[in-house]
Unconditional design. Structure first.
Lengths: 315, 245
């Protein structure tokens, strides 16, 4: 549904997005990750046709965004970063306007507004002016606007930003549910969100795609993925580390904690899927009083940090 | 066409959702009344026409039209709603036209509410209503020209005050270029080059508004106002495209 090819955007001498390509099919929820200023919003603005790209193509359905913008835009629902709304309108007025400009009239318009209001829990503020709304409500109003025409494609720039934990949960559930029938892109820097609702994630840094895969695949690439965490009691730390270091396939042994005779170590393997290594470790701990032993899954945020460290060097 | 109507409807409702619309209409009516009867000497003239009324319009509009139009695009940019508007399935041209027509219709409404002046002059004497109608058309076109210029300056900045000031300056130039005190100075300075004076004053709204005041709806003057509107709105579309790239 969404095809992005070699998308590049420069603002003067600054390259905001550099040769980004990806596709999103129906039924996919693509999480767009990256540090602040990595080019997430700029990419989304080009996908939705707000910014013209410096180079590259965006194809929405069968329509090219540059050559055929109106039919392309018709397929998209867009929630911009700051969730802008016309503050001089009521929630109902704003949503009716959004429905009308999407070509809905009469009963179809009424049904669409009603459905969006229900999905976003806006009944209580329906006739309130937008500028009197709290941030959460305003955000949901803009969200409602983006789904009013039941679009096939949803593009959301930080949809859960500024919401309380309950609202975040609701929105994530909503994204996940809608993702079954639509093609969705959303950006976030909350990594648990990606695990909760994405089928695929792209990590972008300094305008470039640095990783692309399912959340599981990305987690497996984390530095600690496949490591074994071990807690034993009554054995000296040197003995534990020494014995484990001798296990075939061990890359290195990390001493995590040592107190009251309990030693916690992390054993890092040379490769993450090594059955021999796991067997070796279990053999080595025979006879020790093992309080805990498990294989670490790898954390998305560790992987994220390991490949986007460049961010701290900027500005 | 449907999209233009939708945008225009929203824009008009935005005017009336805040006190801006009412304040503007009241002030416009008070000022037209004041200038017509107090400064213009409507009664002293002892003639049953509306010269004293229309004479002031270019000057009144100079401040009031930019006040109405300054928010058209700059507010959209300030609130970030331009990102919504430009990703809706409409062309930029439809958005520009919708917004312009809504504001123009609003100015037309304010102008229409000056009808008691017509009733007054009709009651007092026997005015030529054809002349009055022609002058109203001219006044409406004049407001449209100022408004289109304000739309353009409003698209250039997200600051409404800056949009207002630049519009006033541009509109002031369009008045002064054909204002007799200025053209007289030019004529004296360039006695041998009448064509320069004529060229400059051809750009003035005063030159073109004059005939309308006499009730003459000349196609050349009509064309002038419509091309100012057309050019300004076209430049608005260029400005809007520019700020997105």
């Amino acid at each position: 549904m969404i095809k992005v090819e070699n998308l590049t955007k420069t603002f003067g001498p600054k390259v905001a997005v550099n040769d980004v390509s990806f596709t999103v099919q129906r039924g996919e929820v693509l999480g767009f990750l990256g540090p602040n200023g990595a080019g997430k919003s700029t990419t989304m603005r080009m996908v939705t046709g707000f910014l013209p790209p410096t180079a590259g193509r965006v194809t929405i359905g069968t329509h090219d965004m540059l050559e055929d913008p109106v039919p392309a835009k018709r397929l998209i629902g867009y929630l911009p970063e700051s969730a802008p709304c016309y503050s001089d309108m009521t929630v109902h007025g704003f949503l009716s306007f959004a429905a009308e400009i999407r070509g809905l009239r009469g009963d179809a318009k009424k049904t669409a507004v009603h459905r969006a209001v229900e999905m976003c829990f806006l009944e209580n503020v329906l006739h309130q002016s937008v500028d009197t709304l709290s941030k959460g409500y305003r955000h949901r109003t803009c969200f409602a606007q983006s789904i009013i025409h039941d679009p096939e494609i949803l593009v959301m720039d930080e949809p859960t930003d500024g919401l309380d934990p309950n609202q975040k949960h609701e929105i994530r559930q909503l994204i996940k549910r809608m993702g079954e029938k639509k093609a969705i892109i959303f950006s976030t820097h909350i990594l648990e969100e990606v695990e909760a609702s994405c089928t695929r994630a792209i990590i972008i840094d300094l305008g470039k795609v640095v990783a692309n895969g399912t959340p599981q695949e990305l987690k497996r690439k984390a530095p600690n993925a496949g490591a074994i965490l071990l807690r034993v009691n009554g054995v000296a730390a040197e003995v534990v580390t020494g014995k484990l270091r001798a296990v075939d396939g061990t890359e290195r042994v990390q001493l995590v904690k040592e107190e009251n005779g309990t030693v916690t170590v992390r054993v890092l393997p040379k490769s993450s899927t090594n059955g021999e290594f796991r067997k070796g470790v279990s053999a080595a701990v025979q006879g020790w009083r093992v309080e805990e032993l498990h294989v670490e899954e790898g954390k998305l945020d560790e992987y994220f940090r390991s490949i986007t460290a460049s961010d701290t060097a900027k500005e | 066409m449907g999209n233009i109507t939708t945008i225009a409807k929203r824009e008009l409702s935005a005017y009336f959702a805040s006190p801006v619309a009412y304040v503007f209409i009241v002030i416009f009516l008070l000022l037209t009344g004041f200038f017509t009867f107090m400064v213009g000497g409507f009664f002293e003239r002892n003639v049953a026409d509306l010269t004293a009324f229309f004479l002031w319009h270019p000057w009144l509009y100079l401040f009031l039209v930019p006040a109405v139009g300054m928010r058209v695009w700059s507010e959209e940019r300030r609130q970030g709603t331009i990102e919504l508007l430009m990703t809706m399935p409409i062309t930029p041209w439809q958005a520009i036209m919708g917004k312009f027509l809504a504001s123009w219709a609003f100015l037309g409404l304010a102008l229409a509410l000056t009808f008691p002046v017509v009733i007054t002059v009709k009651y007092l004497g026997n005015p030529d209503l054809g002349v009055v109608a022609g002058a109203y058309i001219g006044s409406f076109l004049l407001a449209g020209a100022y408004l289109a210029i304000t739309c353009l300056t409003s698209a250039l900045t997200r600051n409404q005050v800056i949009a207002f000031i630049i519009s006033v300056v541009v509109c002031l130039f369009l008045i002064l270029a054909g204002w007799p005190p200025v053209t007289n100075i030019l004529t004296k300075a360039l006695p041998d080059n009448r064509w320069i004076v004529e060229l400059v004053s051809a750009f003035s709204v005063m030159t073109h508004f004059e005939d309308f005041q006499r009730g003459v709806v000349d196609s050349r003057h009509l064309l002038f106002f419509l091309s100012v509107i057309g050019f300004s709105l076209f430049s608005t579309s260029v400005a809007l495209r520019g700020l997105r790239s």
